[in-house]
Ligand binder design. Sequence first.
Ligand SMILES: Nc1ncnc2c1ncn2[C@@H]1O[C@H](COP(=O)(O)OP(=O)(O)OP(=O)(O)O)[C@@H](O)[C@H]1O
Length: 915
Amino acid sequence: MTTRVELAAEQLKRAHASALGALDAASALVAGARAEAERAAKTAYERQVAIARTRAAQQVAQHSSAARDLGIELIGNAGNLLAVADYVTAGTLCLPGADSGVNRDIVAPCILPLIGRGNVVLDLAGETGTHLIRHLIWGAYSGTAPGQVDVIGYDPSLTGLLSPFAGIKAGSESAFTVLNRPQELSQVVDRLVGDVQRVNDLLRGTGDTLLDLRARTGHPVERWQVLVLLDSPEGIDEQAYRQLLSLGKVGPSAGISLVWLTNPEADKPDWWNQGSVEKSAHVLEANDGEVRWRAHPQFTLKIAQPAASDLVSKTDSLVADITSASALSVPFERVQQTETRWTESSADGLTFAVGMSGPRVVEITLGDERQQRHNVLVTGAVGQGKSNLLKVIVHSLCQRYAPGELQLYMLDFKAGVTLFPFASTPGAVDYLPHARVLGLESDRDFGLAVLKHLDDELGRRSRLFRPYGDNISKYRAAVPEPPLPRIVLIIDEFHMMFEPTDKNAEDAAQLLEGLARRGRACGIHTILASQTISGITALMTRENGIFAQFPIRVALKNALAESFATLSQGNDAAARLRVRGEAVLNQDYGVDSANQQAVIAVADDSVLADLQRAWWEAARQSITAPLVFDGAHLIRPSEAVPAIQALRRRVVNEGTAPAALVGYPIDVSGAPLAISLPDDPGRHLAVLGAGERGGGMEGGEDAANNAVGILQTASVSLALQHPDGDANFVCFDLLDPVTARRNNHSEWLHLMERLGYPVQRVEKADVGTYLQRLAGELLEGAAVQRTYLVAFGLDRAPNLEVPDSFAHRPVEDLQTILRDGPVRGVHLLGWWSNAATLKNHLGFGGEGFIESMIMLRLDQAAVQEFLGPFVTWSVRDNRGLVADRTQLSEPTTVVPFAPLLPRDSKTLLKTAWES
Ligand SMILES: Nc1ncnc2c1ncn2[C@@H]1O[C@H](COP(=O)(O)OP(=O)(O)OP(=O)(O)O)[C@@H](O)[C@H]1O
């Protein structure tokens, strides 16, 4: 039994054991399978992690490069005139990839909003701060259109940290300034506060920023400014600190940004709150030994370390760009419509456009009774657009007002070409119909003559207005037809009228002052333009001086002293303009608060020429050409044809004595000076001094000898006043062959012959004999024909003072002719290059023999020998001083005639000389 039980137990045990074994085996199998699955899952997981990490690294790289590209796009906008460093780079932001389990470091450029957008605080000490601040400043300059950002540094500890940029001043004075003293800082901060106010006025509460406004108008309105404060709070007092905090808030949108370098180690005064300083700024600071951008503290900042020498050379190359930079141009047609002309009446004033200020067209009104602004002062350094501005003014005026409403008197004291298009030329016959006087290369005498003329006009108008009230508006209301035009006098480089400060300058100042003061009521307005007025301020700004009559100032870019002189002491706005064409318009005598910045329209010459042509076509029937004075122009005999005709008529109709034309007096009459030669004692004409540059008779250019020109023109004009041909012309041929050839002596002889007055020529060697014979006839009382002796270079006549065997000197015959000739119809027209010889020829007691004299290239002492001690004269090209004891009350400056050219002969021969 037992055995069966035991057997069963054994079997159970065995079965149990094999079941357990199977279980173990199964369990081992399961464990193995699990381990295998775990291993596979782990491998897959690790592969996934690796893939994810690689992808992340790729994305980091992509985003980094996208960030870099974005950075380049944000900061890389130089090269266009609206370019501005509204974002600047401060270096590279770095986040080690390992910290985030990424196989690559995360890098991105550190781009900070700056100009027009924000402020920056660098709370950093030492080298790091130095490098960063220089880097940011260079970013501001290089990212902004040349010349359009001004950096003002405040360096109270005299660190010289900004000195690598000092060279920028060569491009624009205002582009870089360093201040050291607290007073200077507070002045600048005051000014910046004013600038913010001005820009806000311009923005008119639209919520726009200056950046928006510039983008909208498409031109560089106002200025960008960056105030860099080093080593703060050093040198900053509480008041400046508070103003700076306000500027920090409102400055960026008005174009003014602050860059502070604050010293983290410095003791701060109680009132200093670093948190407030940093509130409206992006802050870069040191943290854990690294530089960090507070907005992204997980990143470290690797900063660029520009070498000072690199910055200096970059700065130098920027200077060239600043110098040649030009503002975005506003075309003339944008400020002045050109379709409909002459729509305005000048009865109550004159209004013209000059440019744009922000989105608005800038206009100036003269003569308005309410505003009482009537004269304009324009200044600008050479090449800054003064001529262009004057052109814009003239064309805007002329498009609005008909010639009957407006007359222009324009003088240009520089050797420029600004006024040339207003006069007619052989190539373009049209002229500016509004122009009455054009002084192309004016001289002081002509300027004075124009002022005198306008002063007379002032007097005439005052008398005219008297019955109707005290000004032109009232007169025009009472007498609307014909309209009495307003007059605008425009003088370019007017300062030259006051240099040197002599009697002429005093007279000019007095006349101009009177004109500026009394002109408003009479409808006469003055626009004075100059590149430099600081030198003449003493003359002009004395009590009740000229500038007190010029409420409107337009200042183009200029030096600081000129800005002060044009606007007002301390008003440096014109020095801070950056580019040509920008201007400060100030309609309140230059006080700071009235500064308005404008971009002057630019005048395309072809547009202006078309306008002028149309005006001329419309007005030519009713208007005469302006008087054109060109001081450098050589006046040829044929220009005097109308005057010769008038003289000839007078001789024929009224029996007046013939008169010799010698030149044009410097006045606005437009008529040449005629020296009358009646048969009275002393009626001869002597020309003294060298006739051309180069001194002697042989120097100089062709057909430019005024002495020869005067004698040629005098004799031609006299001949034509003898319509019956009853006059002899005798020429003493004393010119050297070169001078004779260069000055068309044969042409003159030929012309005289063809006009019907053949000239009897007396050779050099025969002059003495001729004089002796003629003197003999005069002394004998023989009948003598009317004779004009034309003596070219009497100082060259040989042996006139050498006695012959009877102790008789030919000069005595000359004296006889001079004394007795005129009453017998013998008149001498003589040229003595050497004035001393004339003294000898006249002899003792012969001073009264020649009443009419023209001084050419003689010094003052020589002139005074003949005309007395009170005459002033200096040698000038193309000028003569005419004195005539009976005909002129005082010596008169003329532009003498120049020798004739073949075309003069042609004109003179073609003219119908009716009897
Ligand atoms: N408002 C403007 N916008 C753009 N360009 C201008 C403007 N004004 C002048 N320019 C350009 O600047 C140059 C110099 O101008 P402009 O001759 O008027 O200067 P200026 O001050 O009269 O010179 P200067 O004193 O030598 O006579 C010209 O080429 C002109 O086209």
